[in-house]
Design a protein around this ligand. Structure first.
Ligand code: AOS
Ligand code: ZN
Ligand code: ZN
Length: 393
């Protein structure tokens, strides 16, 4: 142990045991921008292969026990068999993400569409997701909508809110007692003038109207530049409505880059606020997930790096001396308070985390262990013609 106090680390390590980060199945598929989708050798061709890769991330890190599915991208004949396959590989199936953004029918919206037939189709799709969740044992149905308009006057934005509220209420009626409807917001894209669920406030208004089992998903890439995301975290936790995170990094918009790569300090501040609000540990309602795409880097090490980044910033946030901070805050000692936060952020936790892993039978350096394992060479040899995330996957 270097300059980290033993007692402080022991307390932090106990909470760290509860850190679990769900991996998105689509992170293992090929993805790109509208300019080009670059392939990666060894890319999975089936949902089973995506799950096998996710299980590999878990095997080397001990941090990722569940995999999120995307329907219809991960549709299989037999979801019970997919569940068994996942469990045989040491992971469980997690959140089911619905998809009402790729069918021709949804050109002008889905759950907020003015066309009752389109709305019916979108609602039925969510019912189908709920049927799948009953088999996969998933708790959360995550809804992200591409709904919106491109031009002022294109549609009645006020009426669309009412329509959306009705559609969500119809879906919510079928949410089981142990399940949750998780509504994700996004500032813009693919709609550019207005989006029907653009911000946490709108998401909150809708989930609050639905009931207790409806909560908000905060995707870290879905805000205007400069937004204080940790404030949103504090507020949603205060209101009991922070259901989950889609973690990723952004430089400009919804970049979906590796979490902690662009701004580790922001990730630290978010996690510190999660911990402050009781969002980490036994009984916490907050699910940690990644929502990333690996356009040019390799996907499995990309996911390993991602979960390690979350673990590293969580460990630093857990080392925040809260008693000292509270005292400094009470005394309005601005610089001492800020210094306490910066001290925690500046702590190099990598050596203690390496030891933490070894104590649990995990490799001290998961990235190196993965590279040495031969898994990469095996999948490159075995898998030819890997699939794109989403379409065709
Ligand atoms: C879209 O921008 C959202 O982040 C979704 O959570 C997610 O990326 C999508 O459902 C996966 O394609
Ligand atoms: Zn997302
Ligand atoms: Zn996104």
């Amino acid at each position: 142990m270097t300059d980290i106090a033993v007692a402080a680390w022991e307390t932090a390590a106990a909470t760290l045991e509860h850190l679990a980060i769900e991996l998105p199945s689509w992170a293992f598929g090929n993805s790109g921008t509208r300019f080009r989708v670059f392939g990666t050798p060894g890319t999975p061709r089936t949902p089973e292969e995506k799950i096998a890769d996710a299980a590999t991330v878990h095997r080397f890190t001990g941090l990722a026990p569940t995999v999120a599915l995307h329907i219809p991208w991960d549709t299989v004949e037999d979801f019970a068999a997919l569940r068994a396959f996942a469990e045989d590989h040491g992971v469980r199936l997690g959140t089911v993400n619905s998809n009402t953004f790729q069918d021709e029918a949804y050109k002008f919206g889905s759950l907020a569409s003015s066309d009752p037939a389109v709305r019916r189709q979108a609602i039925d799709h969510h019912f189908q997701c709920l049927d799948i969740m009953a088999v996969t044992g998933s708790r959360d149905l995550k809804i992200w909508l591409a709904d919106g308009t491109n031009y002022p006057g294109q549609d009645d934005i006020r009426r669309r809110q009412d329509t959306l509220a009705d559609s969500l209420a119809t879906i919510y009626e079928r949410i089981g007692p142990d399940q949750r409807l998780v509504l994700e917001y996004k500032l813009f894209e693919p709609a550019f003038y207005h989006t029907d669920v653009p911000d946490w406030g709108t998401a909150y208004v809708h989930v609050a109207a639905l009931g207790e089992r409806a909560v908000v998903c905060l995707d870290t890439g879905h805000h205007a530049p400069g937004t204080n995301i940790e404030f949103i975290v504090a507020q949603l936790l205060r209101l009991g409505k922070l259901g989950s995170f889609d973690f990723n990094s952004r430089f400009y918009a919804d970049d979906d880059l590796i979490v902690g790569a662009a701004d580790p300090f922001q990730l630290f501040r978010i996690l510190a606020e999660v911990i402050r609000g009781g969002g980490l540990g036994p009984g916490s309602p907050v699910a940690f997930m990644l929502d990333q795409c690996h356009n040019i880097e390799e996907k499995i090490p990309g996911q390993i790096r991602s979960v390690l980044n979350v673990q590293e910033m969580t460990a630093r946030a857990l080392l925040l001396d809260r008693d000292a901070l509270e005292l400094a805050q009470r005394e309005h000692d601005v610089l001492t308070a800020n210094g306490i936060v910066m001290d925690a952020f500046a702590t190099d936790v990598r050596p203690v985390l390496a030891a933490w892993r070894e104590e649990r039978g995990l490799p001290a350096d998961p990235m190196a262990a993965y590279r040495a394992s031969g898994y990469r060479e095996r999948i490159i040899a075995e898998r030819v013609g890997g699939a794109q995330a989403g379409w065709g996957a």
